[in-house]
Design a protein around this ligand. Sequence first.
Ligand code: PGA
Length: 269
Amino acid sequence: MEVIICPSAERANLLTAQLIADTIQAKPNAVLGMATGRTPEGAYARLAQLHKEADLDFSGVTTFNLDEYIGIPATHPQSFRACMERDLFSKINIKRENTHLPDGMAPDLTAECARYEEAITAAGGIDVQLLGIGLNGHLAFNEPLSSLASRTRAKALTPETRRQNAPAFGSLDEVPTRAITMGIGTVLESRWAILLATGSNKAEMILKAVEGPMTAVVTASALQMHRRCTVIVDEPAAEWLQMTEYYRWVFANEPEWAPYRDLVLGSSR
Ligand code: PGA
């Protein structure tokens, strides 16, 4: 795991978008794992801008989203399909047939989950998986006590998660109670995982996921087993971390990060 502490949420979003853009430049038919929620919105806005102003080409890109609610149609404004359409897909030149989300209206959910896993495998696996973290430490909708070896399946959402997502729905009663989510095992197979977290309300779970013991109580801590995981945080989300001096040193000195130092640290250096 590597942790990059950015001076602001805006810089964290810019860095996240740039890492994804550079992945696409290096591999025009890249397979991207996408996340929804409030966290990635800024990074998606930047990717849309890079498409518009710098001709970032998504025509060969394939996407797989982490999860989708069960029981609301794709046309529902809060379905993750609709969120992706609004925030990103409608603003870039991606082919819709290359964008994948689980179907939360599928009559046979078990078959749908198996189909989703097979589609990821058939696409060659995920090159870079963008992730957020829930206020209970969840990764995608892998709620506490999810198996750290889990695959795509239906999960019941915790009351805390439903409360976290209620503002978008207007009321708690409107928030679906279940979702299809990639499993932790599925996420761990991605070739690169980028966990983006901004804001002080994420500080406790970032501490637990990054420096705490690996535990199914905080499913994001399973990223400690990921072969290549980059955690991008702003200062408030990094506030509880203990080893920040080391993380800052690595970002400031390791050659791998040289192309990104100005973008992240800019005039704050
Ligand atoms: P958020 O959700 O980006 O809206 O904070 C993240 C998550 O619950 O995984």
